[in-house]
Design a protein around this ligand. Structure first.
Ligand SMILES: C[S@@+](CC[C@H](N)C(=O)[O-])C[C@H]1O[C@@H](n2cnc3c(N)ncnc32)[C@H](O)[C@@H]1O
Length: 157
């Protein structure tokens, strides 16, 4: 029984965002060609692919699972968005988010990892953060369906 529960928990934690939800998120964010969208833990790459196809924006996927990275690269290539999407193999815990050019961070990650990443994401002024299912330990700007949306204030000049 415990084994079955562990298997179920693993499968759930690894599940992609359903395509219908990705579509909702694209509409809600009103992404344009000027955006740079990062999927933190990009899995099979369907989200970054869809975002690039729908909005024409640049998108970047990062995942620490080598097999998923290969799959994501294949998804991107097969859908002809290689000129807009980049996929990187890295552990999010070691990414220097402050150095990135980014307008939107997307997360569908376990709660514990979200909590570890939140202080780093807070150092990215002007960025929108969208977290699917699990909220960040912050006050969200709005909640649309299962998406929690946060705006990190721009720095005063
Ligand atoms: C629930 S899936 C979400 C996939 C995709 N973002 C989506 O919404 O369809 C979570 C993904 O995060 C990746 N992941 C988990 N912890 C990670 C870490 N520390 N660094 C990089 N990727 C991680 C997993 O390999 C998995 O592909």
């Amino acid at each position: 029984m415990i084994f079955l529960m562990a298997v179920l928990a693993f499968c759930q934690s690894d599940a992609p965002t359903p395509v219908s939800e990705c579509e909702k998120m694209c509409k809600q964010l009103k992404l344009t060609k000027k955006d740079v969208f990062y999927d933190l833990g990009c899995g099979d790459g369907r989200l970054v692919t869809l975002v690039a196809m729908r909005s024409g924006c640049r998108a970047v996927g990062i995942d620490y699972d080598a097999k998923k990275v290969e799959l994501a690269k294949k998804t991107v290539k097969e859908n002809g968005v290689g000129h807009l999407v980049r996929i990187y193999h890295a552990d999010l815990l070691h990414v220097d988010f402050e150095k990135l050019t980014v307008t939107v961070f997307y997360l569908y990650l376990p709660r514990e990892l979200i909590e570890k990443l939140t202080p780093k994401l807070l150092n990215c002024p002007g960025v929108t953060i969208v977290s699917y299912i699990h909220p960040l330990p912050l006050k969200h700007k709005k909640k649309v369906g299962d998406f929690f949306i946060y705006e990190i204030p721009k720095r005063e000049k």
